[in-house]
Write a protein that binds this ligand. Structure first.
Ligand SMILES: *[C@@H]1O[C@H](CO)[C@@H](O)[C@H](O)[C@H]1NC(C)=O
Length: 322
């Protein structure tokens, strides 16, 4: 009698605990990212006032390369980044053999980032700059995701608006993609600053940021992407077929989305390679280290739990031969 009521009590406590954890997970998980109709259209030099439809990721590619530039309050840094990017893409060696578009995703800025991007589109009329403006600020992860879901490139590069990476390094990522994912197969190449560790570039980074990096790495090993030495680098190249599988399954709009992308690639068995790139720390980073760490830990747990429970899933694309 006593024993059985103990068992009942334990069962009730346990199921109550599980229900509570599950409710917590549902409440803490970011809500689905909503795409507004206006965000499926872009402005450009050719059509500066009348929005034209973007290319959905499910459609066949329209250019060889899309560069997705998430931009939140970037009026100051965008012009320089754009100048360098266009200079490289329009250089003699590349101009004739690679078509491209640059998709600036204004993440609900309030400083006129879209207007600046449009001015740049006018300044470089041959460079196919498209400007899409999100109605509300959703975070870097959400902005990158949006640009990828509406990019027309056979390959899609995400690059930070602050120009911390050198666009010339794209060529190293490109070659690596040719190797691991020839013939438009799924592939993901991540730029890496890991080789810079202990060099001056990192020493100059603040002490707290270095601690955060080490802490992050330990957690990454636990969640299963410890083989990637630098997950947070904002310079990553995707083949269209990889992007088609990864980005619809991305849920995190925050800056920790890079890790979700890597977890998804792993789950989808998409080959990933890491390529060393140059980097210079740019002033004006908007990351608060302490809140960032807490957010990171929370988001990683959320991703892990949602996948374990099957609330979030990712499906490999069907093979063409089937
Ligand atoms: C973005 O820029 C606007 C205008 O300069 C400013 O009022 C706002 O505080 C900025 N937001 C952030 C988060 O930096």
């Amino acid at each position: 009698m006593e024993q059985s009521s103990l068992v009942y009590g334990a069962v009730i406590l346990l199921s109550g605990g599980i229900a509570l954890l599950y409710t917590g997970l549902v409440l803490w998980s970011p809500p689905p990212i909503i795409t507004h109709d206006s965000e499926k259209k872009y402005l450009s030099n050719a059509s500066p006032t009348k929005p034209l439809p973007l290319t959905p990721l499910g459609d066949p590619s329209t250019v060889d390369l899309t560069i997705v530039v998430p931009a939140f309050n970037e009026t100051e840094r965008l012009p320089e980044m754009m100048r360098d990017t266009i200079k490289h893409l329009a250089s003699a060696g590349l101009k004739s053999k690679r078509t491209y578009e640059i998709l600036v995703v204004d993440d609900g800025s309030s400083d006129g980032t879209s207007a600046t991007a449009l001015q740049l589109a006018k300044k470089y009329p041959d460079s196919n700059i498209k400007v899409v403006t999100l109605e509300k600020n959703i975070g870097k992860g959400g902005a990158v995701r949006h640009g990828m879901l509406y990019g027309g490139g056979e390959r899609l590069l995400m690059a930070d608006a602050d120009g911390a990476s050198r666009i010339q390094d794209l060529e190293e990522l490109w070659k690596s993609m040719d190797k691991i994912a020839p013939d438009n197969a799924p592939g993901m190449i991540v730029g890496s600053r890991a080789h810079l560790v202990k060099s001056e570039a990192v020493v100059r980074r603040s002490f707290l940021r270095n601690i955060l990096m080490y802490g992050l790495h330990t957690i990454l090993r636990i969640v299963g992407v410890g083989h990637i030495r630098d997950t947070q680098c904002g310079f990553k190249l995707f083949s269209r077929s990889a992007a088609q599988q990864i980005f619809p399954a991305q849920h995190l709009p925050t800056w920790i989305f890079d890790v979700e992308l890597l977890l998804l690639a792993k789950q989808l068995r998409i080959p990933v390679a890491e390529v060393p790139i140059e980097w210079h720390e740019v002033a004006g980073s908007k990351l608060n280290v302490v809140t960032a760490s807490v957010q990171m830990l929370r988001d990683l747990l959320i991703v892990r739990a949602n996948h374990l429970l099957g609330r979030w899933t990712a499906y490999p694309a069907k093979q063409k031969s089937e």
